[in-house]
Design a protein around this ligand. Structure first.
Ligand code: ADP
Length: 784
């Protein structure tokens, strides 16, 4: 309620007509119109209605200046209250920042005293007028502002509006009541906003723009979807609702993609590889510069593979024509991936090595969309690979030469300087020329530093004369204790003008080969002898058998058997004897061949060796007696169990005994001794017969050797027995040896290791009939 008493000077309060609303202060009519009473520019009173309307209390405003009131009601930018004469229409803002459209009437009471009556216009409240405004303002993603029109006073706005474009530090409250143009960034204000407002004012139609580029307060480029919507009341624009939605992020990312695409296209266009992109019909949809240049194509749109390859021929890397079906491009059109296929491509006369890669591109449904063919010129790479290959080959060749077992000497011609010599060559020289300079210092020096025979120089000159022929030379060197042999091959190397520029000498040590050759020659000589021996050995008993047989035939055919019975028996015995002799020879040949092939096997069993030997000796005693020879057996032990094959030992012993008997003269003794020598048993057979010449001693155990034909003329033999005995002794892990002196006699020693076997199966007894037969066979050549 307004208390009129407060106003002492009644005369000043007349009936006021404020827009048809009568205020009669004198009659103490309730004054329901808000007012502010000022004196000397200072508030002296406000009524309750003012408090209600604005939300400010008396206490807050009393004693405050008119400027202060203008400021808090945010009208100081709209009107100068002090200067208005009668009334003005403005927007005031409540304490809650709610804009109210009001008419302010000024009543001047005196020079120093004024009353400002504030009358709110009907429907002035925003929230009542714009139902959606509240929602818009609270929508934090879009900047929204409501402006008055035409003076564009900022009536309402949300913080987003400020953040987006104005300045985040400016608070809404400081800007309300101002014209928005005062806070907008310059560029936006002049170049966009004012122009749009004019357009909107003219057309009275809303303005919408998507993705508008705006320079913000800090000169940052941002993109906004903007709307400027006029609110028309009674045919006039009353308000402007302005929204700004920041879409910078979206634009930037889509721009990036666009930029990236452009960039990608630029990269492809300028790539060093040829790139051709085909669609599923095999038509080119893109082709970069390099590909266009290579294929001599100006316009690449929609051309077919055939057109692209009109002038092109493809070959495989081996030079054979490439089949069209195997080309990467053909596979690509069929949706097949093909990686790094190497080809030779010929376009007119331009030949290149290329590497082609085809990558088919599929969509999410796995449909072939297009194929990307990349062709890379690898001519340089191939050249490089070839040079690497050649280098590797060269390295391995020089490595091989360096480590070759052949001596290689490269001599510069005609200067006769050493270009190179390998390790083996150096070692060969060092052997015959121990004072040779170190290997590394020889290069470039004269050949005289390495040669030992002067005639080598003559051979080099001869070789260079012959040009195309290599020359061979075997050289013998007499070193301290031995002879060595070298073979040299001289090979001329021709230069571009067909003159000899180098002579390569290949040297090899053939000492071993020479030795083997000599041995071989010897062996062949022996073999010849053996053949004649064996032939003789076969012929002799056969002759005897045939002759005896002929005589027997004669007797039988002429009925003379009875009278010649004794003779017939002797002939029969002779046939028998010679059959044994043939058997012995054949047995020995067969067994020796078996041993050579590894088929001769021992049947080892644990035996008392003393008993085995004694039994054999006993069995031949009577044969010796026939030749008036004494056999004397002696042993240092009674028993020694060792692993042996008694049948095989019997063959050795019978051979030694038969030889002793064969080569002894009547009435001589033959001694058989068994001696235990700790780790072996030594069995010796000693005779005092014809003995063996020293020169034959080392050879009599060789196959088919007969010491001296002249000396053995009174005895027959093939020379196989001792070879076989040696084989059998060695199969036992033992050995056989001989000591002999011509005309004095011989001692053969058989040594057997003392060891046993785990599974000894032999029952120890030899069938006596077999034994007699064995002796007959072994002794057959003595008594024939
Ligand atoms: P053969 O069947 O010829 O006797 P061997 O291999 O048993 O064959 O003997 C080879 C040669 O060794 C004999 O031809 C002989 O010249 C010589 N020889 C072997 N034993 C004696 C020996 N006890 N006394 C002299 N010479 C022997």
């Amino acid at each position: 309620m307004y208390n009129v008493k407060a106003y002492t000077n009644k005369s000043k309060f007349q009936n006021f007509n404020y827009g048809g609303f009568i205020v009669n202060l004198d009659n103490k009519i309730k004054v329901s119109m808000p007012f502010i009473h000022l004196k000397n520019n200072i508030v002296i009173n406000i009524n309750n209605e003012f408090e209600k309307l604005t939300g400010y209390s008396k206490e807050e405003l009393s004693d405050k200046s008119l400027e202060y009131i203008s400021k808090i009601l945010k009208i100081n930018k709209q009107a100068f209250l002090k200067n208005i004469t009668c009334c003005c229409e403005v927007f005031i803002f409540t304490k809650e920042s709610e804009p109210l459209e009001v008419t302010i009437h000024k009543k001047t009471l005196s020079e120093s005293e004024q009353i400002y009556f504030i009358k709110e216009k009907p429907n002035s409240r925003m929230n009542d007028r714009f139902q959606y405004v509240g929602a818009m303002l609270s929508y934090s993603k879009t900047g929204t502002a409501i402006l008055s029109f035409p003076d564009l006073i900022l009536l309402k706005a949300n913080q987003k509006m400020f953040e987006s474009i104005i300045h985040p530090s400016i608070h809404i409250n400081n800007s309300l009541g101002l014209s928005i143009t005062e806070v907008l960034p310059m560029e936006y204000k002049y170049n966009i906003f004012e122009k749009i407002i004019m357009q909107v004012a003219e057309n009275k139609e809303p303005y919408f723009c998507k993705e508008m580029r705006i320079l913000t307060y800090n000169n940052e480029i941002k993109y906004f979807d903007i709307s400027i919507v006029p609110i028309i009341i009674s045919g006039k624009i009353k308000y402007i609702v302005h929204t700004l939605k920041d879409v910078t992020e979206k634009i930037v990312s889509s721009n990036i993609i666009k930029e990236q695409n452009d960039e990608l296209e630029a990269i492809i266009e300028n790539m060093d590889d040829e790139v051709i992109i085909f669609n599923k019909d095999g038509k080119c949809i893109n082709m970069n510069k390099k590909a266009r240049v290579s294929h001599l194509i100006k316009d690449n749109t929609n051309i077919t593979i055939e057109e692209i390859y009109k002038y092109t021929e493809f070959y495989e890397m081996d030079g054979s024509a490439a089949s069209f079906d195997e080309l990467t491009v053909t596979k690509l059109i069929n949706g097949e991936k093909n990686e790094k296929k190497r080809l030779i491509r010929k376009i007119y006369n331009n030949v290149q090595y290329i590497e082609t890669t085809g990558t088919p591109i599929y969509d999410i449904q796995n449909n072939f969309i297009c194929g990307v063919l990349v062709i890379r010129d690898i001519s340089e790479i191939i050249k490089y690979e070839e040079s690497l290959y050649i280098k590797a080959q060269y390295n391995s060749l020089s490595n091989m030469i360096e480590n070759l077992d052949l001596g290689i000497y490269r001599i510069k011609y005609p200067e006769l300087h050493i270009i190179d010599i390998n390790k083996t060559a150096y070692n060969l020289i060092k052997l015959v020329k121990p004072n040779i300079d170190p290997h590394s210092s020889l290069i470039g020096k004269s050949i005289n530093h390495i040669i030992t025979k002067d005639y080598i120089i003559d051979i080099i000159h001869n070789t260079s004369k012959n040009k195309y022929k290599s020359c061979f030379k075997t050289v013998k060197y007499n070193l301290d204790k031995k002879e060595i042999f070298r073979k040299y091959i001289f090979q001329p190397v021709l230069g571009l003008n067909n003159e000899v520029i180098e002579v390569i000498i290949i040297g090899m040590d053939i000492t071993e080969e020479i030795k083997v050759k000599k041995e071989l020659e010897n062996a062949l000589k022996i073999q010849d002898e053996v053949y004649s021996n064996v032939a003789h050995e076969l012929k002799t008993p056969l002759n005897v058998i045939f002759s005896a047989n002929q005589v027997m035939d004669l007797y039988i055919n002429n009925d003379m058997t009875e009278t010649n019975k004794q003779k017939l028996l002797e002939y029969n015995k002779s046939i028998n004897q010679n059959c044994y002799r043939l058997t012995k020879l054949i047995n020995n040949i067969v067994d020796l061949s078996k041993s050579k092939l590894g088929f001769l096997k021992l049947n080892l069993s644990n035996q008392n060796i003393v008993e085995v030997i004694e039994t054999i000796v006993q069995s031949v005693t009577q044969y010796a007696k026939l030749k008036n020879l004494n056999i004397i057996f002696d042993t240092t032990i009674e028993e020694k169990i060792i692993a042996c094959d008694p049948m095989m030992l019997e063959r050795v012993m019978l051979n030694l005994l038969s030889n002793a008997i064969k080569f002894s003269k009547p009435n001589e003794n033959i001694y058989i001794n068994v001696v235990d020598k700790n780790n072996m048993i030594e069995i010796s057979v000693e005779d005092t017969g014809i003995g063996i010449d020293k020169k034959h001693l080392g050879l009599i155990f060789d196959k088919y050797y007969q010491a001296d034909k002249s000396l053995t003329r009174y005895a027959e033999g093939s020379g196989i027995g001792l070879s076989l005995s040696k084989v059998i002794a060695e199969m036992h892990g033992g050995k056989i040896s001989v000591e002999s002196e011509l005309n004095k006699g011989s001692v053969f020693k058989l040594e057997l290791p003392i060891k046993t076997v785990k599974n000894s199966k032999f029952n120890g007894r030899v069938n006596m009939r077999n034994k007699v037969e064995m002796i007959e066979i072994e002794f057959s050549d003595i008594y024939s």
